[in-house]
Design a protein around this ligand. Structure first.
Ligand code: MTE
Ligand code: MO
Length: 319
C-alpha cells in the first residue's frame, strides 16, 4: 500500500479520510447483530436519536411547494394520531414518553429481501431530501409541512419485490402501554394502510423521518411515517413497524371501521363529498379563524404527477 507523506495530503483528502473513519465506526456499530440485511451499503442517512437534533446532508427537492409553510408549533401541536387520543392536542400531550428507539421494521411478503431490520440500518442506504408538501386531512383542514425523508420508491426497489407484489401494506406499532389510545376500541389496532405498487413507487411518495430539518417528533409519527401528499391525510400512516408486499389489496383501518366514508384510494377530490360534509373547500391551519377557506384542489394539486395512475378509476363515484 502506498503511504503519502503528511505534506503531500491536500485538505480535500483529509476531509474524505474523516468521512471514511466515521463511516467505518458507523458500520461497526450497525452490524452487531451480524448477517445484516443491508450489508452492501457503505454510507447514507444517519438519524440521530434526539428529536431536537438537526439532520445532516439533506438535499432540497424540486417536488417542494413554495407556499408559505406552517410553523413548527402548528405542525407539532395540531395532530391526528389516535393511538394517543382523538383530540387534536392529545398526540402532543400524550406522546412525550413514547420511545421511538430501539425500533424494528419487518419487511415481508413478495420480495426477494425480507426480514426484521433495525430502523437505523434500514435508513442507511438512502439519501435524505427535504420535501415541502401540502397535507389535506379528510376533515377539511390543511397544512404545508417541510418533511425530511426518503423516496419510498428507493426503499421498494431496495427490497426487490417480485412480480406478485401488486400492493404495499403498512402497519403501525401496537403497544397499548406506550400508546394509551389503543386501550379503547376507536379503531381496529394496529393502524393499517396500503398503496398500490404504482402509488408506492410514484416519485412523490416518501417515508418521512424529519420535519423542519430536525428528527421527527413523536406526535408526527416517529421514527418513520408515510407521506402521500395527493391523498387524504389518513393514508399517511405513522410509526411504521411493518411493510408487506402483497398480491391482494390490503385491509386498511379507516376503511374497515367505516367503509361508507373512507375508501382505499382516498385521493383528495373536491368533487366528491364526504357523506357528512363537503370536500370542496379547506381551512389552512394557522390562517386565523376569520380567514376565508380556500378551494381544495384535485389530487391536492399534484395531478400532474399522479392523475395517470387513475385513468381506469371512476373519480366521480368514490374516493
Ligand atoms: N398510526 C396512525 N397514523 C395516522 C393517524 C393515526 O391516527 N394513527 N392519523 C392520520 C391522519 S387522519 C392524518 S390527517 C395524519 C396527520 O399527520 P400529522 O399529525 O403529522 O399532521 O396522520 C395520519 N396517520
Ligand atoms: Mo386526517
Amino acid at each position: 500500500m502506498f503511504i503519502k507523506k503528511t505534506n503531500d495530503i491536500k485538505p480535500s483528502e483529509i476531509t474524505s479520510e474523516t468521512n471514511y473513519l466515521n463511516r467505518r465506526s458507523f458500520i461497526k456499530a450497525g452490524s452487531i447483530a451480524g448477517g445484516s440485511l443491508i450489508s452492501d451499503a457503505t454510507f447514507g442517512a444517519i438519524i440521530p436519536r434526539s428529536q431536537t437534533s438537526t439532520l445532516s446532508n439533506v438535499k432540497k427537492s424540486l417536488f417542494s411547494t413554495s407556499e408559505s409553510k406552517n410553523t413548527f408549533e402548528e405542525i407539532t401541536t395540531y395532530n391526528n394520531f389516535y393511538e394517543f387520543g382523538t383530540g387534536k392536542s392529545d398526540p402532543f400531550l400524550n406522546a412525550k414518553e413514547f420511545k421511538p428507539r430501539p425500533w424494528k421494521i419487518e419487511v415481508s411478503g413478495h420480495a426477494k429481501k425480507n426480514g426484521v431490520i433495525d430502523f437505523d440500518e434500514f435508513m442507511r442506504p438512502f439519501d435524505l431530501e427535504e420535501r415541502i408538501y401540502r397535507m389535506r386531512c379528510v376533515e377539511a383542514w390543511s397544512m404545508v409541512i417541510p418533511w425530511v425523508g426518503i423516496p419510498l420508491a428507493k426503499v421498494v426497489n431496495y427490497f426487490q419485490p417480485t412480480s406478485k407484489a401488486k400492493y404495499v401494506a403498512f402497519k403501525t406499532l401496537k403497544d397499548p402501554e406506550q400508546m394509551p389510545g389503543q386501550k379503547s376500541w376507536v379503531l381496529n389496532w394496529p393502524y393499517r394502510e396500503g398503496l398500490t405498487i404504482e402509488e408506492a413507487t410514484n416519485p412523490l411518495t416518501i417515508l418521512a423521518i424529519g420535519i423542519y430539518g430536525k428528527v421527527i417528533p413523536n406526535q408526527n409519527g416517529a421514527p418513520i411515517r408515510l407521506v402521500v401528499p395527493w391523498k387524504y391525510g389518513f393514508k399517511s400512516i405513522k410509526s411504521i413497524v411493518g411493510i408487506e408486499f402483497t398480491s391482494n389489496q390490503p385491509k386498511t383501518s379507516w376503511n374497515m371501521s367505516n367503509p361508507r366514508e373512507y375508501g382505499f384510494y382516498a385521493n383528495v377530490n373536491p368533487n366528491v363529498d364526504h357523506p357528512r360534509w363537503s370536500q370542496s373547500m379547506e381551512r389552512r391551519i394557522g390562517s386565523g379563524i376569520f380567514a376565508k377557506k380556500q378551494k381544495t384542489l384535485m389530487f391536492n394539486g399534484y395531478g400532474k404527477h399522479v392523475a395517470h395512475l387513475y385513468k381506469n378509476l371512476n373519480l366521480n363515484r368514490y374516493f
